[in-house]
Write a new protein. Structure first.
Length: 358
């Protein structure tokens, strides 16, 4: 049974509801404001349960939320040079809200993007699924097309019996448009309120990453990870190289970069992208994606007091892994571009698998 709870009201007065999914020892809470993941409770190797997702206890924490905890980001995730996207020979302008001179775009619109809207919800008890739907008018948020976005969260027991949360993001449109959605949850496998994530061990299936300019926009280079602090092909602690003498780490104050994930093929099913482990608790998170890349962000700018359960979040207390098409891809002709047209909807799938090791 999927329980629902009133969480409060959005700034426009619309009611906001929380939906509880339970399966295979996991408890996931999502809400219709921003199609947001509020919490994921899973056991450790000894059966002790903890919430491993950063966030807030109260709805009003999500009204500001510059860290975008748990939110569905779109239509355009990550940074776009000059906030401009060209579609069919026409240049479309999104809000300029990022960079030293506020000339670039970050996450479409931090005040009115998909993570700041109340979505319509539909519950399917049989499949243990909640689907959220949000519509944008032609030209809204700077991009063309009357668009309908859908995000579904389904919690199931996977083939091994481990709990799997599947997030599917979808968009249909009546005109060619640009869509590059992601989910912006932050994880701490020791518990959301347990402090630094730097001792947690990560392995990323990526031979290359995207360096950034000083303003954090992709430079256009695709750089091999070999011989750099960005090499996670063999498991290592997130903190092992995070303060290395590397110009890319200095630009971002840590990891805040898109990894070019191995094995991308259009229309293929989810493939393994990340394994994250907390050795003290034994909790393990494996993420499978259909997107060509994922942005690793080690929470370098986190600064929230009295968050969930009264926790104070400091830099590097959570890690986000945001599946996406490579950021600013519209300005790089040889990169893979997302497609969203009337005859070809946008679709992306993320699978979060929760397990334990002793």
């Amino acid at each position: 049974m999927i329980n629902t709870t009133l969480f409060g009201a959005a700034p426009d007065g619309a009611p906001v509801t929380v939906y509880d999914l339970v399966c295979a020892g996991a408890h996931v809470r999502v809400m219709d404001y921003g199609a947001t993941i509020l919490g994921i409770e899973v056991p450790d190797a000894l059966g002790n349960v903890a919430d491993i997702v950063l966030g807030f206890d109260h709805l009003d924490g999500y009204f500001d939320n510059p860290a975008c905890y748990g939110g569905t980001i779109g239509p355009s995730a990550n940074r776009t040079d000059n906030g401009q996207v060209e579609i069919g020979g026409t240049v479309y302008q999104m809000t300029r809200n990022d960079g030293p001179k506020k000339t670039n775009n970050l996450h479409t619109d931090l005040e009115h993007g998909l993570h700041k809207r109340v979505w319509d919800a539909n519950v399917d008890e049989i499949t243990n699924t909640v689907s959220f739907t949000c519509k944008l008018r032609d030209g809204e948020l700077g991009l063309p097309g009357n668009r309908c976005f859908t995000v579904t969260y389904s919690l199931q027991a996977g083939p091994t019996g481990a709990a799997e949360l599947t997030c599917t993001q979808h968009c249909v449109t009546d005109a060619d448009t640009f869509v590059n959605m992601t989910n912006h949850s932050y994880f701490n496998l020791a518990g959301h309120d347990s402090g630094t994530i730097l001792d947690q061990v990560a392995m990323i299936d990526a031979e290359a990453f995207l360096p950034q300019r000083e303003d954090n926009v992709s430079s256009g280079e695709v750089r091999p990870v070999a011989g750099t602090p960005f090499d996670f092909r063999v498991p290592k602690e997130l903190g092992r190289d995070i303060d290395a003498n590397d110009e890319q780490l200095k630009i971002a104050r840590g990891f805040d970069h898109c990894f070019c994930l191995d094995g991308f093929a259009p229309d293929a099913g989810p493939r393994h992208a990340l394994c994250l482990q907390d050795l003290s608790s034994g909790r393990t998170l494996d993420i499978f994606v259909t997107a060509p890349g994922a942005h690793l962000y080690t929470g370098n700018w986190l600064d929230d007091t009295n968050a969930k359960n009264g926790a104070d979040y400091k830099p590097r207390d959570g890690v986000a892994f945001e599946p996406e098409f490579w950021p600013d891809n519209n300005h790089h002709a040889d990169w893979t571009h997302p497609v969203c047209s009337p005859d070809r909807p946008f679709s992306s799938t993320i699978v979060y698998r929760f397990s334990t090791v002793r």
